[in-house]
Design a protein around this ligand. Structure first.
Ligand SMILES: [Zn+2]
Length: 794
């Protein structure tokens, strides 16, 4: 009976999770005029997202013109807002000339605060950006078109399509610093961080009670969870919405994050985009935008806890109500324990073993996930991780199998009369094996050691399932309470599954569950697993940190416990756990031993040509891991490959000497002034796509300005502060623009400032052209560019 329930819960849980995570069917181009149609929006994606269109490029100007034409057709009287902006990160400045395209759908009350629909029209270099953020731009246009069919809105609806988002939110900085922004009362920002998946409303401004009430009332197929707001506050990632918030604006921020392989990748083409994601973005945002355009803006109200439950239902309540949930859980746990005690199915020692089982599961699942992740042979890092992104569903199944294996093994081992040493050895062996891949893994060894100690002390005497479950529930109640104190708006991540498990615990009737009770427990387990599945999926997709998946594994154990535990005199079997572990390892071996690269998911190559006009030397270099094709290319002129440090690249790169090609040196003039300043004026050459200015001095550099604009660092949650570069440290300006640019530095001994200027061209200047690329490789980011340095080099 339990075995069947376990199988049903696992299968039904997966099916419910899967059905909840697939994107909706795109509405066709001839859908009703008042509805959002991805079919219509996709025509814009195809027009703007075919080729890379980074800031300052001719393709970017083409997209700008297309937007002007489209907004004219929509009656939005568009204007192109030109300006320049800089962004500071430590010693690095990103800056450039941007062209935002802004249109207005006039409302009945022109002076009422406007609703702004925001997205960005630039892509990163090398990526067509059909998703990031052409999908957001196309959504905004289609939403305005649909809004118009509802009549004249009460307030103006502004369509703010920014430029230079990818280089440092530059267009948004220009817009929100301008008088135009004063008119904005509410912002809806649409972004993407991948090429598929459901669009998530993942960020709000502070005091979001009114925003969430509006969102819950209006959003169709809502996808949102207060946890993402909390997590996002602690990640370094930014979108244009960050700038809006810094300027005191409020609103909602949306993005989809599936198909991560395509994020900032040449493979982000219209064909690769999940059109269902576009549909989900638009159909979710449109009714909310309509309510904002035709009705009042939401009032500011205290933050709430909110999230999707299942089947499109979104709950919201004030953070203190989390305590009520936990109090209810405590009451249910106590009741169940009393019932079990009457049946003599509960002993304190079993409860203690249940706490041990929880701790053991943390260690065993952590070390197992770490082991299989490492066994794929794929290193961590933004580029290194791509082989796994190329086969993400397979990778995810591997992680799921490992987590479930650890879960079932824990439940079985704690219920066994023997097996203490097996329990102790298992995590330790996993930790040791993890070290065979990619070197010493202190974390895995530490977790393995911890698991071994818990296994040796707590395992080896059969614990009654009810008693052990009580202990596990109690442990999670303590963790939930800790989270309720530390992060009340995120505490439901444990609180909700715990509440479901406590209801299931009550249904156990202290060990006297009937067939009907087991059916209820199976249902709760299926629903709980579906919900936990979202968390597991989101964590794996968002961050390459296998240990994060320990949390959903623990939460799954809460609801699976009664179904996974041995029944009566049944000898608990380790076979299911063993099979899952074996499956997980087989998948890891498959991922390790076979090539991930296909024409749909090609390997990234990034060869660049480097010319130094002052020494009349040239190199071919590879900015990512060098493969066979690139190796051949680098050695075209017979030079040998070695690691070489160029000031313009973050780390040493593979490079080989190349035949010199004459190129114009950067046009730089340098002037010292009596106030201790040194000013560089650079006139970009026609055809250059951007430039890099590196500078260093024996003393600290301060009062740095670009085109007269001071450089100020604005970190989230911190006061703005003027940029400084420490003595001996290298500062850098990355600049995209066609007009001359000046940078002024101030330091104690200005004559000793060392500077180096490099111009970037989006073409391969070597006399020998790039050889044809196999279908399983793609030119990534700056691939095929030429970096020309020289000019003033003191
Ligand atoms: Zn973006």
């Amino acid at each position: 009976m339990r075995r069947i329930g376990l199988a049903i819960a696992l299968i039904a849980g997966f099916v419910i999770f899967y059905l909840g995570s697939v994107t909706p069917k795109p509405a066709p181009a001839n859908a009703q005029a008042n509805a959002f149609s991805a079919g219509r929006a996709f025509a814009d994606v195809q027009a703007m997202g075919l080729v890379p269109h980074p800031l300052g490029s001719p393709a970017n100007a083409h997209v700008r013109d297309y937007l002007v034409t489209r907004m004219q057709a929509l009656g939005l009287s568009p204007q192109v807002q030109r300006g320049f902006a800089v962004e500071v990160h430590g010693p690095l400045i990103n800056g450039g000339q941007v062209e935002n395209v802004i249109g207005v759908l006039p409302g009945r009350n022109r002076s009422a605060p406007a609703l702004a629909l925001m997205a960005h029209h630039d892509s990163v270099p090398g990526s067509p950006g059909a998703a990031d953020d052409t999908a957001g731009v196309a959504s905004a246009l289609e939403i305005v078109r649909a809004l118009k069919t509802h009549g004249t809105p009460a307030r103006d609806v502004m369509v703010v399509i920014t430029d230079g988002e990818e280089l440092g939110l530059l267009g948004a900085r220009t817009f929100f610093d301008s008088p135009l922004a004063a008119h904005v009362g509410y912002v809806i920002n649409m972004e993407t961080r991948g090429g598929g998946g459901k669009a998530i409303m993942f960020e709000t401004a502070a005091q979001n009670g009114g925003d969430i009430a509006l969102y819950r009332r209006t959003a169709v197929t809502p996808e949102s969870n207060a946890l993402t707001v909390f997590v996002y506050q602690h990640l370094p990632n930014d979108t244009d919405f960050t700038v809006a918030k810094q300027h005191g604006k409020v609103g909602l921020n949306y993005a989809f994050i599936g198909r991560q392989f395509d994020y900032h990748s040449p493979s982000s083409t219209p064909q690769a985009l999940d059109i269902g994601s576009l549909q989900h973005m638009g159909q979710q945002v449109l009714p909310t935008a309509e309510a904002l355009a035709f009705g009042p803006l939401p009032a500011r109200a205290p933050d709430v806890v909110y999230g999707n439950v299942l089947f499109g239902l979104t709950l919201a309540y004030p953070p203190w109500a989390g305590w009520l949930i936990l109090a209810g859980c405590a009451a249910l746990i106590a009741t169940g324990a009393v019932l079990a005690r009457r049946r003599e199915a509960f002993g304190w020692i079993d409860a203690a073993r249940g706490i041990g089982a929880g701790l053991y599961l943390i260690a065993l699942s952590g070390v197992a996930l770490e082991l299989v992740r490492r066994a794929t042979g794929v290193a961590s890092g933004w580029m290194e991780y791509r082989p796994l992104l190329a086969r993400f569903p397979t990778f995810e199944v591997m992680m799921l199998a490992a987590a479930l294996a650890a879960l079932l093994a824990t439940v079985v081992l704690i219920g066994r009369a023997k097996g203490r040493w097996l329990a102790a050895a298992l995590p330790l062996v996993c930790g040791a094996v993890a070290c065979l891949f990619g070197g010493l893994d202190i974390l895995a060894l530490g977790l393995g050691g911890f698991g071994a100690v818990v296994g040796a002390i707590g395992f080896g005497q059969a614990a009654e399932p009810e008693g052990a479950w009580t202990g596990l529930l109690g442990l999670m109640l303590v963790l939930a309470a800790a989270l309720q104190v530390a992060a009340p708006t995120a505490a439901h991540v444990i609180g909700w599954p715990l509440a479901a498990a406590c209801v299931s615990f009550a249904a156990s009737r202290g060990g006297g569950a009937t067939a009907r009770d087991r059916a209820i427990q199976t249902l709760i387990a299926a629903l709980g697993l579906a919900w936990v599945g979202y968390l597991f999926h989101a964590l794996l997709q968002g961050l390459d940190m296998p240990l994060l998946a320990v949390l959903p594994t623990l939460l799954a154990a809460l609801v699976l416990w009664p179904l996974a535990s041995p029944e009566g005199l049944e000898r608990p079997s380790l076979w299911p756990a063993g099979l899952l572990a074996a499956a997980s390892l087989v998948i890891a071996a498959f991922l390790h031993l076979t090539s991930p690269w296909t024409p749909r998911h090609p390997n990234a190559v990034e060869p660049v040509f480097v010319i130094d006009t002052s020494t009349r030397s040239a190199w071919r270099a590879s900015l990512v891991a060098t493969d066979g094709w690139t190796r051949k290319l680098l050695t075209t002129d017979g030079g040998t490959i070695s690691k070489r440090t160029f000031g313009i690249f973050d780390a040493p790169v593979d490079a080989a000497p190349a035949a010199y090609v004459d190129a114009p040196a950067p046009d730089v003039s340098r002037a010292l002034d009596s106030a201790g300043g040194v000013t560089l004026t650079i006139r970009p050459h026609a055809g250059a796509s951007g430039l890099l200015v590196d500078f260093t001095a024996p003393d600290a550099i301060d009062n740095i300005s670009v085109d007269g604009q001071p450089t100020v660092e604005q970190r989230r949650g911190q006061a703005a502060r003027a940029m400084t570069v420490k003595a001996g440290q290298q500062g850098e300006l990355v600049w995209v623009g066609t007009d001359p640019v000046t940078i002024r530095l101030h330091t104690a001994r200005p004559a000793q400032v060392r500077t180096s200027v490099t111009e970037i061209y989006d073409r391969w200047m070597s006399a020998k052209p790039l050889p044809p690329l196999p279908a399983t490789e793609q030119m990534f980011s700056r691939a095929g560019s030429t970096f020309v340095s020289g000019g003033v080099q003191p």
